[in-house]
Unconditional design. Sequence first.
Length: 248
Amino acid sequence: MIAAIKLGNEILKIDLSKPLDISIPLRHGNKNVSAWYADPPRIEPHREGDFVGSVDQGASINFNDIFFNPHAHGTHTECLGHITERKYSVNQLVDQYFFKARLITIAPEKVGDDLVMSRKQLERNLRGEIPEALVVRTLPNTKDKLSRQYSHTNPPYFTEEAMLFLVKKGIQHLLVDLPSVDKEKDEGALLAHRAFWGLGQTIRTQATITEFIYVSHKIKDGFYMLDLQFAPFENDASPSRPVLYQIL
């Protein structure tokens, strides 16, 4: 099914029958991707008195409770309420879901004991047109990203300078295959988050960061239509399912 979507002055055609899902599914237990020292997510039958919400345990329905943290346990989209005293809900701030996006692949560079995405790397990869959404796939890009345990591993992150460059270029929606755009243990500095949302400068209330995506190596770098959908939680972050469509 071919659809035409108008974005600004541009009309983009996509094939809705060929979605490219770049989210990581949430599953029960320690095989789920995890970060930030959180216990594994739990998906288990609801229990109330003698009732156990499981057909294989005698109930007429499956009726599960789910316990998870959106920041720690899978693909999620967050707004500036993640780091502000004032409460902001991603469900209230985002009211558009289709964006032209660019997918780039970066091998983080070694700086001391860290691996970082630098401004120079972004400048090399972002010559030419820069749409409002940017999807960053990091190397190596192995399938263990779907279940990796990131706590205490010092994953790659974006430098403050790199993030300021993205803001200058007009990136409103950043999607990354990492647990965070910031260094795991930075004593709460959160320099990349703060730079992206303009704290201390011009606040960017409609800008979003989506973390914990997974982009298969079969999806080539280039331009796509992004459908950025998330559960309507009134929270600073919500589980999300970003989907790319090739532009025809």
